[in-house]
Design a protein around this ligand. Structure first.
Ligand code: NAP
Length: 300
């Protein structure tokens, strides 16, 4: 029986592990990918995590993980297929094995939202500029979206590709101002605004797209398309287990407490106004502290 099982090994899960181990809780992290550190691993550069200005996302994730490991966290590879409270929490993994724990910290993050237009399938579109950008040296690429990810991807690709089209459905970006400034300074990023995507064209690989701009249907040929239209929470296994909001995010306050006793949520899966590495790390700390208090209260 574990004191706490943390589901997810991104910044929220690893921070929860660090705090749980410092509270001497018998702690395991269940992770889908071995040696994972979550979505941060494919962020080129992080400029807003205090004290580590300009660090690569990969390196930051590795640092979190090394710290959790050094403090004695156990890592278990597996995909959680169900969670059930039956006195203790019973967690079933896809290989059929089960784990028991007094508390669970759910920090499974989010997955990429798809474009939802004809031609939107994995073979044709990339979801990771840092992973696939190298294939676009001297070529043209389009990035779809107007948030931090889309603008960050466009800036990254502009250093490799000849031309990057940044395609957004509105006339203004929701991305932070410093990314917007960098985009406006990159000579080879061309903005395609108020452009609603209708279709991705091409065979096994995208070769362009159809879009509507000011009521007019247009086409643009590119060598590749990068999708950055946000994310959806990985909370399918929590349906019926605890309260989720309309978008599928876990309803939980800053202390991570969910509607289910002994189940805590941390990071991007939680209802929160800000989803950043720093808030995920803070969430992990809070959730582990709440889990420790819960265990103490139960034993009194
Ligand atoms: P996001 O902020 O949700 O932005 C998604 C973008 O995609 C929006 O511009 C949205 O348009 C657009 N969009 C959504 N659905 C669409 C569709 N079906 N077709 C076309 N466009 C669509 O997602 P994100 O950029 O991935 O960021 C997620 C979170 O991570 C945010 O909290 C962000 O701050 C954080 N993040 C931070 C950093 C950093 O600090 N360096 C880097 C990456 C991400 P509208 O604007 O019209 O809604």
């Amino acid at each position: 029986m574990y004191d706490t099982i943390i589901i997810g090994s991104g910044p929220a899960g690893l921070s929860a592990a660090i705090y749980a181990r410092r509270a001497l809780l018998n702690t395991a992290v269940v992770e889908k990918e071995p040696f994972g550190t979550g979505a941060i691993a494919v962020t080129e550069r992080v400029d807003n995590y205090p004290g580590l200005f300009g660090i690569s996302g990969y390196e930051l994730g590795e640092k979190f993980r090394e710290q959790a490991e050094a403090l004695g966290t156990e890592f278990i590879e597996g995909e959680v297929t169900s969670l059930e409270k039956n006195g203790a929490w019973n967690i079933t993994l896809s290989d059929g094995s089960t784990l028991q724990s007094k508390t669970v910290i759910y920090a499974a993050g989010t997955k990429n939202r798809k474009l939802g237009v004809p031609g939107d399938d994995k073979q044709k579109i990339s979801y990771c500029a840092v992973c696939d950008g190298v294939f676009y040296k001297g070529k043209t690429a389009a990035v779809i979206g107007g948030g931090d990810t889309a603008l960050g991807d466009a800036i990254y690709l502009s250093k490799i590709a000849e031309t990057v089209y940044l395609v957004h459905r509105r006339g203004e970006f929701r991305a932070n101002k410093s990314l917007q400034k960098k985009v406006s300074e990159a000579a080879n990023i061309k903005l395609v605004l108020n452009a609603v995507l209708n279709e991705v064209t091409g065979g096994d690989k995208a070769d362009g797209f159809v879009y509507t701009q000011n009521g007019e249907r247009k086409t643009l040929s590119v060598d590749g398309i990068f999708c950055a239209v946000g994310s959806v929470p990985n909370t399918a296994v929590l349906k019926g287990v605890c309260e989720l909001d309309a978008g599928g995010y876990v309803v939980a306050g800053e202390d991570g407490k969910t509607s289910a006793e002994g189940l805590f949520a941390a990071g991007d899966v939680r209802t929160t106004p800000l989803r950043q590495v720093v808030t995920a790390a803070a969430d992990g700390a809070n959730a582990a502290t709440s889990a420790e208090r819960y265990i103490t209260e139960q034993s009194e």
